[in-house]
Design a protein around this ligand. Sequence first.
Ligand SMILES: [Zn+2]
Ligand SMILES: [Zn+2]
Length: 338
Amino acid sequence: MPQDNITPRQGAGPASLQAAFAPAKPPAASFSWLGIAVRSSPFIILHLLALFAIWTPLTTAALVTMFVLYAVRTFGITAGYHRYFAHKAYKTSRAFQFLLALFGCVALQKGPLWWSGHHRGHHRHSDTPLDPHSPHETTFWWSHVGWILSNEYSRTPSEDIPDFARYPELRWLDNWHMVPGIVLAVACYLLGGMPCLVWGFLISLLFVYHATFAVNSINHLFGTRRYDTPDDSRNNWFVALITFGEGWHNNHHHYQSSANQGFAWYEIDISYRILVLLSWFGIVWDLRRPGEKALNYRLVKPQAKAPTTLAGMDAAAREKHGPTAQPVDGGATPPRPA
Ligand SMILES: [Zn+2]
Ligand SMILES: [Zn+2]
């Protein structure tokens, strides 16, 4: 997917928080404050319901559920929605493809086609007026959550994700993306009562929301830049830790189709480690990684070579992927039929 209309940015700061939810660009014809208010209400209600935690005991079962669901949801969004559906960073079977979509759905961030289609738009127009959620073109809060709640981006951009929109089961999930989350909430209540519902389902959901949303807001404002990308993406270790590796966002904008986003040994990337583990069992395969040339291309400080420890990177992969950032939807083949 070509990167057109990209304007290099030089560390612009966030716009005034007074206009926290207002887009700085001229609103699209479909923009409506009423639409935002209506769409925000479930999101606000979910946050208010979290107050029940004050009166709900944190049992061991609820604590375990909270951690397990945080992990499953974060993996579903990062390894599923992001690295697989948006970037095709590895291959898998049609059955596991569906499971990844399901894991993403229980994070209640809309459907896999909606999420990955808009994310491809983010990479195509990063930090330009056409970026759905640039904190430079809009505000911190718009980039964090406002764009999701607006009616400006409520449509699934199927034209940006035709490679996955052709699967009927994914289209079904995309249309009924709330169903898996609702079923999970009911299951939590039936199996563990209010503690599992409030702590296990809800509190973990809110943590996953703000951790993954931080990649769109914080990672385009705060952190370091290893690569001179045409956007203002940043590496942020804290966001990387809580998002299973997504915080190495400048690395990611440099080489979008890579299965790993932490390039150095100290850049912890839990999603990638899980993918490697799954590859040992043949559940996923053909994990894409940047070659040596790509790792050392366009460094902000050319003398400081990218400290790679990607010992498993084979020479064929280096030759195949070349020195520059790859198109977000390039090179991968459709999943193997179940
Ligand atoms: Zn970005
Ligand atoms: Zn991406």
